[in-house]
Ligand binder design. Structure first.
Ligand code: AKB
Length: 321
């Protein structure tokens, strides 16, 4: 029988694109999308959909039983910038949802779990360039603390209860189909929208603030590849370092200017600058490349071309209505 998948947080930036990709692979009826509300109508209408509050164990369990779910992708989370404003809610959402899903796997109700971690697990004392898999990890953000603790629990549940949980430390993910919400790396998406609509961007990070980034198609491909790998090949059960490109706002702006010559940018760093400064500039991911053959496809030039192309079509369509 085909695997049955539940995505929690399917209306979000990564969840929505993962949902389409998994439906192409497994069939629409075998991938159940869920989110806390029905605001994303196209998602609700595209296939099986359930309302799930990720902090509610019974809602998750009922849905798993209703559809006989084997695998959960847990994408619901509060990201770095929002979490600084609501630490308790961020902690509750990020940790409770993870425990609910890990416990369902521990009790044999589901077989497999994907849970995303982040470069936010690293902190100011971590080596900044080519940050290795195993290094000093002293995160200073609420979000980073929740991801670091989550990683420890994933590894614990795997070692102690043989739970098949798999995880990636996502860098900033760049995409045009769904807007991100509440992250520090979101500037690298906002900038494209503003480049097209206003030819100008007021950046909330410093010009030279270099961060690890990745195009959405690479992030989705990495996630699916990791989930398809034979578990015996996985040497990391906390979360894999994963990398593609690294750039600063001024480097990104320079490539956008090649396509939009009158594009301009100014810099007004806010509280997110401090969060960004605590994270690595670049990530070393040889273990992911060795264990499950990870290879990224998109570099900075191709990301910019894809983003401008996708968003131009989107804004043109809006104008015709
Ligand atoms: C954020 O900026 O909070 C996220 C992340 C790096 O995990 N995009």
């Amino acid at each position: 029988m085909t695997e049955r998948i539940l995505i929690i947080g399917a209306a979000g930036q990564i969840g929505s694109e993962l949902c389409s990709a998994l439906r192409s692979l497994y069939g629409i009826e075998n991938v159940i999308a869920s989110d806390i509300n029905t605001l994303n109508q196209s998602l609700v209408e595209a296939g099986p959909f359930e309302i799930i509050d990720a902090t509610n164990f019974n809602q998750i369990k009922d849905c798993v039983e209703k559809y006989q779910v084997d695998t959960i992708y847990l994408l619901a989370a509060m990201l770095s910038a929002t979490a600084e404003k609501a630490p308790k809610q961020a902690w509750d959402l990020n940790m409770e949802s993870l425990f609910h899903v890990l416990n369902l796997a521990k009790d044999g109700v589901i077989k497999k779990v994907f849970w995303p971690s982040s470069i936010a697990v690293f902190g100011p004392s971590t080596p900044k360039q080519n940050t290795p898999q195993h290094t000093i990890m002293e995160p200073t953000t609420v979000y980073g603390i929740s991801k670091q603790v989550g990683e420890r629990w994933c590894e614990y549940y795997h070692k102690k209860y043989n739970v098949d949980v798999r995880s990636l430390r996502y860098p900033g993910i760049i995409s045009y189909k769904t807007l991100p919400g509440g992250g520090t790396t979101d500037y690298a998406i906002d900038i494209f929208h503003k480049a097209i609509t206003d030819k100008h961007y007021n950046c909330f990070l410093d010009a030279n603030c270099t961060l690890p980034m990745m195009y959405m198609d690479d992030a989705v491909a990495a996630t699916i590849k990791l989930m398809h790998t034979d578990g015996d090949n996985l040497s990391i059960r906390s979360s894999y370092n994963l990398s593609a490109v690294s750039f600063s706002p001024s480097e990104l702006a320079a490539v956008i200017s090649k396509h939009i010559p009158n594009f301009s940018i100014n810099y007004n760093p806010d509280f997110r600058q401090q969060i960004a400064e605590s994270w690595p500039n670049s990530i070393e991911d040889t273990i992911a490349r060795k264990d499950w053959g990870w290879q990224h496809q998109y570099d900075l030039e191709t990301i910019v071309a894809e983003m401008l192309n996708g968003l131009s079509k989107h804004y043109k369509k809006q104008q015709t209505f």
